[in-house]
Design a protein around this ligand. Structure first.
Ligand code: F6R
Length: 242
């Protein structure tokens, strides 16, 4: 079931989504969070940092596992997802040094890296709350539109739409990595709760297809219709086609 929470704009979406995540951390101090990168959750992370600085959140027992990472980017690269997470969240709160997990984009043994990451997710005893953004093409994590759902962590070729969308962060489109490691749909669906954030007109069609369209790997997010506990916090623009 997907519960929709409306927000008037990006700021309100960020505050409301942060409140949902904060409630999770407060109610279970050793929460396992599944985390996402991208423009959409930046405001959510900023609100979590604010709540921490105000003394309202304690991350000391929280552990995290991110959805994805570009293949071939070292952690120090300013467009790696490791860098993003440190920049927006990890370095600002009191998480333990070994609490955060991302795929290692530099592991040349792809099969071994996918198996290692699946093992990491399993070893955490399950994700309590998985944060998701949504691609304009309906992707979640980097599960791109396809003819099947991928179960587990895998390494895949990014869709042309995704390379174009993400080129805004790089000097040119040529510099966008062509491949990425991503959690699979099965791993995402195994999370106890899912929190999705979406804003802007560019997400409206994907949000509509996710909520009202058939469940199909051509719109990977549509599988969330089969998850028992999904909260979508979206602004007016993202909900404008409903
Ligand atoms: C990021 C991720 C992606 C993004 C999606 C939306 O970890 O898994 O699925 O959530 O591409 O990106 P933004 O928020 O930049 O529009």
């Amino acid at each position: 079931m997907i519960k929709v929470i409306r927000a008037k704009d990006y700021e309100e979406m960020s505050r409301k989504a942060a409140a949902v995540m904060a409630a999770q951390i407060i109610s279970k101090e050793d929460t396992v969070l599944g985390l996402a990168t991208g423009s959409t959750p930046e405001g959510l992370y900023a609100n979590l940092v604010k709540a921490y600085q105000a003394g309202n959140l304690d991350f000391s027992k929280v552990r995290t596992v991110n959805l994805d990472e570009y293949q071939g980017l070292p952690r120090e690269h300013d467009q790696s997802y490791y860098y993003f997470m440190n920049y927006h969240l990890f370095q600002h709160v009191n998480m333990a040094a070994d609490a955060n997990n991302l795929p290692n984009g530099m592991n040349e043994d792809i099969q071994a890296e996918c198996e290692r990451y699946h093992g990491v997710i399993e070893s955490m005893g399950g994700v309590d709350m998985q944060l998701l953004g949504i691609g304009g093409n309906g992707h979640i994590g980097f599960n791109e539109p396809s003819d099947h759902f991928e179960q587990k962590t895998h390494c895949l070729a990014l869709a042309e739409d995704t390379i174009k969308a993400n080129s805004r962060f790089f000097a040119s489109e040529d510099e966008v990595p062509r491949r990425a490691f991503s959690m699979g749909i099965g791993e995402i669906m195994a999370a106890k709760k899912i929190l999705m954030v979406a804003n802007g007109k560019g997400k409206a069609q994907a949000v509509k297809d996710m909520l009202t369209g058939p469940v199909t790997p051509q719109v990977p997010a549509s599988i969330l219709q089969f998850h028992p506990d999904v909260v979508l916090v979206a602004d007016e623009d993202a909900l404008s086609l409903l």
